[in-house]
Design a protein around this ligand. Structure first.
Ligand SMILES: *Cc1c(COP(=O)(O)O)cnc(C)c1O
Length: 386
């Protein structure tokens, strides 16, 4: 555990933490590398603290395993990487306010640019400073989020190439549906992106690095690999959906753990938790976990379970901000301060991010990014303990 200045804190961490296995992360990157065609560059998406796993830690492993660039969503995230001494190329996705541009140049970032005013603003500043700002042109092929529409992308690329202070390094787009059975829209996006890239090449311009795939696209749309793929979820050992292709040996990197803070016996008719959502149907032994929805755990009512002594213990009642009650009647060996797994494996049992997503009514991405910073991160196999 360290404070904001990196000084170690000499007190025990709370008994609820996210364990991040950097050895498994490295193994996942190795397996991805082995699965990928030779020459395909891997970009590591470490936005939102690498989906809660720690941006700097994940970035270091990614770079060690051959990732050629890091991608983030905002300036703070990029600065965190630079502050940690990471000098690898960092591509900032999304749009920037003009006031953010000087810092982007100072940090040596590559910028995503998706419209002419943004290109002009970046050009003015970079040219005034005598710099060549690396630019990846964002092409909208169907998300209607950022970027120039595929049929108007050539105009933007030509403008960027003509402007001083900018260096065209790549063209990219993003799938809106790459991890489901129905790939028809993804195929349409691939054609649109290819058409935009061809138009750029026919105009005699060097497109640079072309990238379109996220984890789902990497797994299931090899025809869209192009020059680089941008992987966030898959290296963390979580698949974007239940239907996408599997790679043998890839396993989750993050395990959410806590301990039984109390074990108690309750009697028939006793109520458990806020809102009277559970009443004991008979003699019951329950465990109290010192974490709740304030840690990013789903707010559930008599749904979901945790792992205690390698067995499943159902959640009873409604969990609170800081506590969650489970039924351990069937696990008589359970005692106070036993380790509990809320996401991950214990013995033969496993609770996946997808299980939690189902209880929360969301997707695995949100389950991972929801783990709050008040849950200490503990790094195994290669990392210091934070
Ligand atoms: C988040 C993000 C990715 C990574 O997606 P995964 O499914 O996590 O691999 C790739 N590209 C863009 C533009 C993103 O925003």
């Amino acid at each position: 555990m360290s404070d904001a200045t990196g000084q170690p804190i000499n007190r025990p961490t709370r008994p609820a933490w996210l364990e991040v296995d950097l050895g498994q992360l490295a193994e996942n990157f190795r397996l991805i590398r082995a699965d990928a065609p030779a020459g395909l560059a891997i970009g590591s998406v470490v936005k939102d603290a690498a989906y809660g796993h720690g941006a700097v830690e994940v970035a270091r492993v990614a770079l060690c395993q051959g990732a050629t660039c890091l991608l983030v969503s905002n300036l703070d995230e990029a600065a965190e990487l630079r502050d940690a001494g990471i000098t690898a190329p960092v591509l900032l996705m999304g749009e920037r306010m003009e006031s953010e541009l000087p810092a982007c140049l100072e940090l040596g970032l590559s910028l995503a640019i998706g419209n002419a005013p943004a290109a002009e603003g970046a050009s003015r500043l970079a040219a005034a400073l005598g710099q060549a700002l690396p630019v990846h042109v964002k092409i909208d092929t169907g998300m209607s989020r950022y970027g120039a529409r595929w049929d108007a992308a050539l105009g933007l690329v030509e403008k960027i190439v003509a402007l001083p202070g900018l260096r065209l390094d790549g063209l990219f787009s993003h799938f809106s549906m790459s991890d489901e059975m129905d790939k028809s829209f993804a195929h349409q996006q691939i054609s649109r992106f290819r058409a935009a890239c061809s138009a750029v090449e026919r105009a005699g311009l060097e497109a640079g690095c072309r990238h379109l795939c996220n984890s789902g696209g990497f797994l299931d749309l090899p025809q869209a690999h192009l020059d680089m793929v941008r992987l966030g979820l898959l290296p963390l050992g979580v698949y974007p959906s239940s239907v996408c292709r599997r790679i043998d040996g890839i396993h989750p990197v993050g395990t959410l753990k806590t301990r039984l803070a109390a074990v108690r016996d309750i009697h028939r008719g006793d109520n458990v938790g806020y809102g009277l959502h559970y009443q004991a149907p008979g003699e019951r032994r329950i465990g109290v976990l010192p974490l709740g929805y304030g840690d990013g755990y789903p707010r559930v009512r008599n749904a979901g379970h945790v792992l205690v002594r390698g067995k499943r213990a159902p959640i009873i009642g409604a969990n609170a901000m800081d506590s969650t009650m489970v039924d351990v009647t069937g696990i008589p060996e359970a005692v106070a301060w036993d380790e509990v797994v809320l996401m991950g494996q214990q013995g033969e049992c496993e609770i996946t991010a997808h299980d939690l997503a189902a209880w929360k009514g969301t997707v695995s991405y949100e389950v991972l990014t929801a783990w709050r910073s008040r849950l200490p991160r503990v790094y195994l196999n290669g990392g210091a303990v934070h």
